[in-house]
Design a protein around this ligand. Structure first.
Ligand code: ADP
Length: 713
């Protein structure tokens, strides 16, 4: 792109580098392509080709034809409503006008673009300003040129277009150069060089070297000037850029001229002029020609020198290149003065002064200064706006952060609130549950109260019934007692008369009568026993365990019992064996009855030749478990419970005598002490009767006398 914008004003500037031959062949092929397209209606493609053709023609320097193509392209773009292409074409058209040195139309074209500010891209806008500046500069309108270049620079800075910035800096340097303000020119060129080095842009580098060489030349720092110009020349040659070489050669000539190496200077200027002529660069050619004229005059070839100078003036005037005209006036004035041709010298001096006033004057410099200040103010304002924007952004960020923090806080408060609400809800539901439970409890209490009342009532009822039962028991016992007692009376009479009949009528009674009488006596005896047992049993109902229990030595009790049963034992040939027995606390008579019943049964229900009875015991928790074991007839297990009920017998009286009350009495007595009685037996293998009896507190498992000590206490 850079090469598409040739720079014409300065003598070290670089125009297009394309070869004309290449452009021509491109032009031909594009033109034939266009012919084809005219036949079809592909307008969009035609637009592209027309634009290409315009460009190729411009490179070929066929400016008029190029303009025609671009104008056609403009119409096509309008027809196709391609706004972007339209602006692109305007840019190219303006450039061709400028190259054609038709500055009026060039200015008008670029102004259209600049005024379409909002439609253009920033790059396009900067480029339009840049080119407009160059148009004004060529016309000698330096203040306007400066203004537009500053605009271009600002846009490029904002867009961080470093290359664009460098190009603007270069142009600004040139403007100061033309205003003979070399110090400022140097400053801008140096900046361009820095940027060119940073970008490693060879073309910009060449331009910077050339510009710096020229500036140092003007500042008469010829060593530096030659150094930079030499660098520029080398770079141009390395790039094989003829335009650049031409300008570098010119600059070298200027340096050698300054150091009075006239032959060398002439050589450089001549080479430069020739090259520029070939390149049709009249702007450049004028400068080289003028310098050649100066050298010729200095060398004494006055006529040749003046011819060169006049020609350069003529060319400049024809092309209306006012800066070049000014240079020519100045040189001619000096040369005529040098040649002592006063009137001519004054004539050119006047012309020079008149033109200079309109081109290079203090006002222009001042204006440029004001513009610069304006831009600086604008820049500062922009910076301020930028800062304001940054502050606003910061404030915005702070606001966002603040809002976020606030939101977080709100969220925290909300979640806290939610938790509290949840907690209170839970509490409420707990309270509710507790309330419910309380109600249930109250109900349960109520129920309890009612059931207690019911219980109490029932208890009362039971007590009442117990009382009644007790009364009826008492009644019954009394009845049993009275009955048995009263029944004994007639029994005794029957018994007494039966024995009287037996004794008195013994001889008169036959065998059968005697037998009947015997039955009566037996029945009476049996009736006696029964009544005794009933009496005993009914007595037990009323008896309670005596609170004044005594210590009973069971060993002594068993011995006494054996003594009382001695006859029965001897008769049955029985053997009674007893382990040493413990002492117990009880009513001695009760224990006597228990052991007596068990012992008597063991002897009675035994058909062995040598009945055997063993008395033993063992400790079972807080009870003694006593055992009376015999080797008798045994009991069927189905009767093991029944035998403890009153009047329950398993045998007939003629088999084994008895009333069926003994074991019932035992059970009653044992249960009165909190114990129990049971039997383990198999028919034909004997029986073992067990009964439990509480161990008196303080007793040891002894058979001797644990209780004696406590008796002595
Ligand atoms: P009885 O006056 O008939 O002996 P008990 O109440 O003492 O009354 O005994 C009830 C019944 O239990 C007895 O009739 C007898 O059939 C049976 N019985 C009691 N002791 C024994 C025993 N040691 N061996 C076999 N049977 C027994």
């Amino acid at each position: 792109m850079r090469r598409a914008y040739p720079i014409f004003l300065l003598f070290f500037l670089l125009p297009l580098a394309s070869t004309e031959a290449g452009a021509t062949s491109t032009v031909d092929s594009l033109q034939s392509r266009l012919q084809e397209l005219y036949r079809s209606s592909q307008k969009a493609e035609r637009l592209e080709v027309v634009m290409e053709l315009g460009k190729a023609l411009r490179i070929e320097k066929s400016y008029e034809e190029s303009i025609q193509q671009y104008q056609q392209a403009l119409e096509l773009a309008l027809y196709l409503e391609q706004a972007h292409a339209h602006r692109e074409i305007l840019m190219n058209l303006g450039e061709v006008y400028r190259l054609q040195e038709n500055y009026v139309l060039a200015e008008e074209t670029f102004q259209r673009l600049v005024q379409e500010e909002t439609l253009c891209s920033q790059q396009q806008l900067a480029e339009a300003n840049h080119r407009l500046s160059k148009v004004y500069r060529a016309q000698g309108n330096f203040d306007l040129a400066y203004d537009y270049q500053m605009r271009a620079l600002e846009i490029r800075r904002d867009n961080q277009d470093q290359e664009g910035v460098a190009r603007s800096q270069y142009q600004l340097g040139s403007l100061f150069f033309f205003q003979n303000n070399y110090a400022l020119a140097l400053e801008y060129y140096q900046k361009t060089l820095d940027n060119a080095l940073a970008l490693n842009d060879q073309h910009l580098l060449y331009m910077s070297y050339g510009a710096l060489g020229s500036t140092y030349n003007k500042l008469e720092r010829l060593d530096l000037s030659i150094e930079y110009n030499q660098l520029a020349l080398e770079l141009a040659e390395a790039q094989q850029n003829e335009v650049a070489i031409a300008y570098a050669l010119h600059n070298m000539g200027a340096d050698y001229y300054a150091v009075d190496s006239l032959a060398l200077a002439l050589q450089y200027f001549s080479q430069a002029r020739l090259l520029k002529q070939q390149l049709q660069d009249q702007w450049g050619e004028i400068a080289s020609l003028r310098m050649m004229g100066k050298v010729y005059v200095d060398q004494g070839q006055v006529e040749l020198g003046l011819r060169c100078l006049q020609e350069s003036l003529k060319m400049a005037e024809e092309l209306a290149l006012r800066p070049r005209v000014l240079e020519a006036y100045e040189t001619l004035a000096k040369v005529y003065e040098q040649l002592d041709q006063g009137p001519e010298a004054i004539l050119y001096l006047r012309k020079y002064i008149a033109l200079k006033d309109s081109l290079v004057n203090e006002t222009t410099v001042q204006k440029m200064g004001t513009i610069k200040q304006g831009y600086e103010v604008q820049r500062r304002e922009q910076e301020l706006v930028k800062k304001d924007y940054q502050i606003a952004q910061l404030q915005q960020k702070a606001l966002i952060v603040g809002i976020l923090v606030l939101l977080i806080l709100l969220w925290l408060i909300y979640s806290r609130y939610q938790n509290t609400v949840q907690y209170s809800q839970e509490l409420q539901s707990k309270n509710h549950r507790i309330h419910q439970q309380n109600e249930e409890l109250a109900q349960a209490n109520d129920l309890q109260k009612r059931s207690n009342a019911l219980l109490r009532k029932n208890n009362e009822k039971i007590q009442l019934q117990n009382k009644k039962l007790e009364n009826s028991n008492l009644e019954l016992q009394r009845f049993a007692h009275i009955a048995s007692h009263d029944l004994k009376e007639p029994l005794r009479t029957i018994g007494a008369y039966a024995s009287l009949v037996s004794r008195r009528y013994q001889h008169t009674l036959d065998g059968e009568g005697k037998e009947f009488l015997h039955f009566i006596t037996q029945g009476v005896n049996r009736m006696y026993h029964l009544l005794d047992d009933v009496l005993n049993y009914s007595r037990l109902e009323t008896e309670v365990v005596q609170p004044d229990l005594e210590w009973v030595d069971l060993n002594e009790l068993v011995v006494e019992l054996q003594r009382n049963l001695q006859e029965q034992i001897l008769q049955s040939n029985a053997r009674i064996q007893s382990n040493p027995l413990p002492w117990v606390k009880a009513n001695r008579n009760h224990l006597y009855q228990i052991f007596q019943n068990l012992l008597v049964n063991g002897l009675k229900y035994n058909t062995q030749l040598e009945p055997q009875i063993n008395i033993g015991w063992e400790r079972d928790g807080s009870f003694y478990r006593f055992e009376v074991r015999d080797n008798g007839i045994g009991i069927d297990p189905s009767y093991h419970h029944k035998i403890f009920e009153a009047f329950q017998r398993l045998h007939r009286t003629d088999e084994f005598e008895g009333t069926g009350i003994g074991l019932a009495i035992c059970k009653k007595l044992v249960t009165q002490y909190g114990g129990d009685i049971w039997v383990e037996s198999t028919v034909g293998q004997g029986s073992a009767f067990y009964f439990s009896f509480p161990i008196p507190p303080g007793s040891q498992t002894v058979a001797t006398s644990p209780a004696l000590e406590s008796v002595e206490e």
